[in-house]
Structures are given as structure tokens and as C-alpha cells.
Design a protein around this ligand. Structure first.
Ligand code: NDP
Length: 383
């Protein structure tokens, strides 16, 4: 199979760095032809100087001079939101890896689909907000959406296209740093404590989402859209070791699971090389060192994010976008020490309660609901 030419949106982030590592590990199968970041001009330039993609993009126009000065060659430079959509449609690219934190990946993802590029999706927010619009656009244009989130990549591997035979999709969750913390202590938890994830090394937003379990809630909705499985068939189990990345239970009661160490290079590589598997330098599991694999029922009452996400996913329409946007604002406020830890899900719930969901929303309705939820959340937080 030929080498895949990939544009990485979010190249300076945690997923972006892993993607660069995969490209170094399997250069005969993956070439990075475009790299985009938000405002970290120095880091983008340093990475581009090593990888030499034909195009780079920076959202923050005020930092473009820093980028130009730091580049040691002359790639095409795209700038701003328009530039992000342009680099997502780069003529020479086969695939766009969307690894932008937050909702900024939605428009470039839709642009890439329109341009006929396959999508590798790490940014779960875009499927939560606009799952119907994104999957429908991909179906119409005949492009593939390959999941990079480790759980969905695991499900994708186990499913192997046999969706009609599925009884349950079982998403595994590490449980985050507060798996064993009493709910009474939640009010005193600090951002530093919440940022210490026990098994994964990720960006700050998703790490806080792992602590509240909103990450798993977002993933339930993501799974519903990616695989076309009803919300009631999507379940969550706590698995503290993060070795089993998720499971699929089929109609005959057999369950398939995917296992590997917790390194995002595994799912990124599979999304790029699918349907093939190729050798790499990642460590295989050493079963002599794995002492145990544990599974627990989530503490639904103490971590309301899972029930809020189920409600959002089952209601559908604009409610998932509202939940996602309110959560983003509340997480940022928690990281800024404006609110206490439990205020994250309380804010989300209050904003969801105030929203009247619009069914089958188009992009404008989704973005309007997203904006409305941000303002409501800011108002509730008092910022
Ligand atoms: P990081 O915070 O580490 O990186 C975010 C990246 O997105 C940076 O490159 C940043 O650029 C860029 N960015 C931020 N805002 C914008 C914007 N508006 N437009 C363009 N680029 C932007 O995040 P992660 O890598 O942890 O996460 C990225 C996505 O992947 C998230 O949706 C997350 O949920 C998902 N994901 C992450 C996993 C992980 O292991 N990290 C696992 C599974 C999913 P700059 O550096 O310039 O700010």
C-alpha cells in the first residue's frame, strides 16, 4: 500500500506530537505534508524544521512573523481560521488528522470531507457537537472517518464492520485520579491534583475531563455517531490499568477486546495504516509483568457526567453541543481557580436544563447552540 500523506491539525499538542512520532517510526507508510497550530509559533516552527511539511498554518495572525523567522525552509504558510480550512484541503494530502482541542476542528473537518480527504479524528468534540452532520457529510462524499481516540479505535478494531451483530459497546475508563476519592473531598480538589492522570499523559482539557468522567461521557456520544449504535447499547466500565482499551459484545454473547500499552501512537498508527497492520518500534504487551486487569462499575452518583452525557446523547439535536460547550467553559474556569471541582458538572447540568434542543440541527444551529451555552455557562460562573 502507498504511503499516506497526512495533514496534522493540532501538530503542537499531545496527539500532534504522537503523530509526528508515528511518522518517524513508519516513514514508508506515513508522511506529514501539513501541520497546523493555534498560537505556539516557536513549537510549530521547530517541528516543521524537522519534518519539512510542504505547508504550515498558524491561527494566531499576530504570531506569524515569529513563525516565519524561525522556519529554516520555505513552506507554504496559511494563517487564521480560513487558512486552517485551506490546509485541511491541501491538494497533496490523502488524510487529515483532527487533533485540535475544543470545537475549532469542526469547520476544517467538514472542509476536508468536502475536499474528499479521509479523516482521522482525535477531537471527540466535533462528533459530539455535530455527529449527524459530520457522519452524513462523510457518507455522501464517500470518505472514511477513522477513530483515533483509543477507545473508539479499539471498538473499530473489534467491530470490523459487523455493527448489526452488536449487543453492547463497552467503553473502558481509567476512572481518573479521583476514582477512589470520597465525594465529600471533591470540593477541595485542586487543578494540580486533577491534572495528575494515573495512566495517560494528555493535554490539560482532556485530563480534567478524565477526572470528572466527562471525557467518557463525550466518548459515549462519539461512539454512538461513529458506529451508528444506539446510546442505550453504549456502556462504561472502569478499568484502572488502561490496558483493555474497549470491548464489543456481540449477539452471541462473545466479547472482543483490544489490548495494548497506553500510548496514543498505537491508535494513530492503526488509523493511518488501516486496513493493514505494519511493524513498529512500540513495545508489545509483556504478560509476565501485567499482574492484574480489574473492572468496576462507575460511581454514577458521585460522577454525574456519565448520566448527563447519556441524557444529552439520547435527546440528541443541539443538547450534546450545549453540554460540550458548557463543560469547556467550566473546565477553563476550574483551571483558572474561579470555580471548585463539583461546579464543573453543576454548571453543565444547569445550562442543559435551560436549553430547548433543536432536532436535526444544521451547522448554523449547532454553532448558535454552542455560543449560547458558552454565554450561559459564563453567566452562571460569574465571569
Ligand atoms: P493539547 O492541548 O495537547 O493540544 C491542542 C492542539 O490544538 C495544539 O496543537 C493547539 O495549538 C491546537 N489548537 C488549540 N486550539 C486551536 C484552534 N482553535 N485552532 C487550531 N488549533 C488549535 O490537546 P490534546 O492533543 O490532548 O487533544 C487534542 C484533541 O484530541 C482533543 O479533542 C482531545 O479530546 C483529543 N484526544 C486526546 C488524547 C490524548 O491522549 N491527548 C486522547 C484522545 C483524544 P497551540 O499549541 O498553538 O495552542
Amino acid at each position: 500500500m502507498k504511503r499516506k500523506r497526512v495533514v496534522v491539525l493540532g501538530a503542537t499538542g499531545s496527539i500532534g506530537e504522537s503523530a509526528l512520532k508515528v511518522a518517524r517510526d513508519i516513514p514508508e507508510r506515513m508522511e506529514i505534508v501539513g501541520m497546523a497550530a493555534n498560537r505556539n509559533a516557536e513549537k510549530l516552527a521547530a517541528a516543521a524544521n524537522k519534518v519539512r511539511p510542504e505547508a504550515v498554518c498558524l491561527i494566531d495572525e499576530t504570531k506569524v512573523d515569529i513563525l516565519r523567522r524561525a522556519l529554516e525552509y520555505e513552506p507554504k504558510i496559511f494563517v487564521g481560521e480560513t487558512g486552517l480550512r485551506e490546509i485541511a484541503c491541501l491538494a497533496n494530502a490523502d488524510m487529515v488528522l483532527v487533533a485540535i482541542v475544543g470545537t475549532g476542528g469542526l469547520r476544517p473537518a467538514l472542509a476536508a470531507i468536502e475536499a474528499g480527504k479521509d479523516l482521522a479524528v482525535a477531537s471527540k468534540e466535533i462528533l459530539v457537537m455535530a455527529g449527524e452532520a459530520v457522519t452524513e457529510a462523510a457518507r455522501k462524499r464517500g470518505v472514511k472517518i477513522l477513530p483515533v481516540d483509543s477507545e473508539h479505535n479499539a471498538i473499530f478494531q473489534c467491530l470490523d464492520g459487523r455493527v448489526s451483530e452488536v449487543r453492547r459497546i463497552i467503553l473502558t475508563a481509567s476512572g481518573g485520579p479521583f476514582r477512589k476519592t470520597s465525594a465529600k473531598e471533591f470540593v477541595d480538589l485542586t487543578p494540580e491534583q486533577a491534572l495528575k492522570h494515573p495512566t495517560w499523559n494528555m493535554g490539560p482539557k482532556i485530563t480534567i475531563d478524565s477526572a470528572t468522567l466527562f471525557n467518557k461521557g463525550l466518548e459515549m456520544i462519539e461512539a454512538h455517531w461513529l458506529f451508528g449504535v444506539e446510546m442505550k447499547r453504549v456502556e462504561v466500565v472502569i478499568h484502572p490499568q488502561s490496558i483493555v482499551h474497549s470491548m464489543v459484545e456481540f449477539a452471541d454473547g462473545s466479547t472482543l477486546a483490544q489490548l495494548s500499552y497506553s500510548d496514543m501512537c498505537f491508535p494513530i498508527q492503526y488509523a493511518v495504516t488501516w486496513p493493514e497492520r505494519v511493524p513498529n518500534t512500540l513495545p508489545p504487551l509483556d504478560f509476565r509483568k501485567l499482574s492484574k486487569l480489574e473492572f468496576e462499575v462507575p460511581r454514577y452518583d458521585d460522577f454525574p457526567a456519565l448520566n448527563l452525557a447519556r441524557r444529552a446523547g439520547e435527546t440528541g439535536g443541539t443538547l450534546p453541543a450545549v453540554m460540550n460547550a458548557a463543560n469547556e467553559i467550566a473546565v477553563a474556569a476550574f483551571l483558572d481557580r474561579q470555580v471548585k471541582f463539583p461546579r464543573i458538572w453543576q454548571t453543565v447540568e444547569e445550562v442543559m436544563d435551560r436549553h430547548t434542543s433543536v432536532a436535526h440541527p444544521d451547522l448554523d444551529a449547532i454553532l448558535a447552540a454552542d455560543q449560547w451555552a458558552r454565554e450561559e455557562a459564563r453567566h452562571l460562573i460569574g465571569g
